[in-house]
Design a binder for this molecule. Structure first.
Ligand code: ZN
Ligand code: FE
Ligand code: FE
Ligand code: ZN
Length: 283
C-alpha cells in the first residue's frame, strides 16, 4: 500500500489515540510509510478550537519521536503539519517551516474569510450563501495557496463540496485554472479518502478533478486524514483503484521536503510487481 501522510493527534482537540496505536495501524494496513500532519498553530492565538497552540509544538515533536521509537525501523515515520492557508499567512508558514526538520508541509483551505466552511458547527451559514460564489472564492483561494509555493502537498482539493453544496453544470470551469496553478507550483495533491465518510460521500477530489490533474502531470499522494488509529489507511484499496482509473501509475514519497515516486500497484496484484516497485526506491 502507498504511504499515508495525513493523520492527526489529540493536540488538535478533535482526534484520539496514541502514537503507538497509529503506528500499529499503519503496520497492519501494510503502508509503505506513515506521516503525522496535525493541524498547525495559526496566529493570532487563540485562533480557533480545533488546532494545536504554538506552545504545543514541543509536545507534538515528542509525539513524532514516540511514533518513531515504536516503529523502530519497521516503517518510516514522517513529520509534517497541515497548515491553514489564511490571508497574509506567508510569514507565519515560513516561521513554522523553520521549527522542525519537516518531511513535508500540507496546505489546506478550511477558511474563507472568517468562516471555516467545513466545520459542522457553522453548517447553517451554507443556507445563507450563494453556492457558486463560495465555490469561486474557494478555488481562487486554493490557487493562491498553490502559487505561494510554501507547501509540498495540497490537502483535500474539493473540500468545499463536503456538505454536498455544488453549483450546477460542468465543474471543470472551476478546476482548470487551479490545476494550472498547482502544476506551476510543482506541489502534489492528495486523494483524501475521508470524504467518503462525509455527507458528500465522495473522496476529495472527485474523479473528474483527478483525471484532469493526472492529465496535467500533477503528482498524487493517497491519504486518510485519520483522526483515530482505526482510520489510518482507510479505503486505500478503493482509492488505489480510483487513482489507477484516473490514469495514475505512481504516488509520491516525502522525506526532508524532497520527494520521489513509488509505483502504484493494483490491489491484489502485489507480489512480484510490488517488490519491483519498492526495489526501485533503494530502501
Ligand atoms: Zn481535523
Ligand atoms: Fe483539513
Ligand atoms: Fe487533516
Ligand atoms: Zn485535513
Amino acid at each position: 500500500m502507498p504511504a499515508d501522510y495525513h493523520s492527526h493527534t489529540p493536540l488538535c482537540h478533535h482526534a484520539e489515540g496514541t502514537p503507538e496505536a497509529y503506528v500499529d495501524a499503519a503496520l497492519a494496513a501494510g503502508l509503505s510509510e506513515f506521516g503525522i500532519s496535525d493541524h498547525a498553530p495559526a496566529v493570532p492565538e487563540p485562533f480557533d478550537d480545533w488546532r494545536m497552540a504554538e506552545s504545543d509544538l514541543p509536545a507534538y515533536f515528542d509525539w513524532i519521536e514516540r511514533a518513531r521509537g515504536h516503529a523502530a525501523g519497521r516503517i518510516p515515520v514522517r513529520a509534517g503539519l497541515e497548515c491553514d492557508w489564511l490571508p497574509g499567512c506567508e510569514g507565519w508558514i515560513e516561521s513554522l517551516a523553520g521549527r522542525h526538520d519537516w518531511d513535508y508541509l500540507i496546505g489546506s483551505v478550511h477558511y474563507l474569510e472568517d468562516w471555516d466552511f467545513d466545520n459542522p458547527k457553522w453548517i447553517g451559514r451554507w443556507a445563507e450563501v450563494d453556492v457558486a460564489a463560495v465555490w469561486q472564492h474557494y478555488w481562487s483561494t486554493y490557487a493562491d495557496m498553490a502559487r505561494s509555493g510554501l507547501f509540498d502537498l495540497l490537502g483535500h482539493p474539493d473540500l468545499v463540496k463536503k456538505f454536498s453544496h455544488r453549483p450546477s453544470g460542468d465543474l471543470a470551469r472551476y478546476y482548470e485554472p487551479v490545476i494550472e496553478a498547482i502544476l506551476a507550483s510543482a506541489a502534489a495533491i492528495e486523494l483524501n479518502t475521508a470524504g467518503w465518510h462525509k455527507p458528500c460521500a465522495e473522496a476529495y477530489p472527485e474523479p473528474g478533478f483527478l483525471r484532469l490533474a493526472c492529465q496535467a502531470g500533477i503528482p498524487l499522494v493517497l491519504s486518510s486524514d485519520a483522526h483515530a488509529p482505526g482510520e489510518v489507511g482507510r479505503d486505500f484499496d478503493r482509492a488505489t483503484a480510483l487513482a489507477l482509473d484516473a490514469g495514475y501509475r505512481s504516488t509520491l514519497l516525502f522525506e526532508k521536503r524532497g520527494s520521489r515516486s513509488e509505483a502504484l500497484v493494483p490491489v491484489g496484484e502485489d507480489g512480484a510487481l510490488d517488490v519491483r516497485g519498492r526495489g526501485d526506491l533503494d530502501r
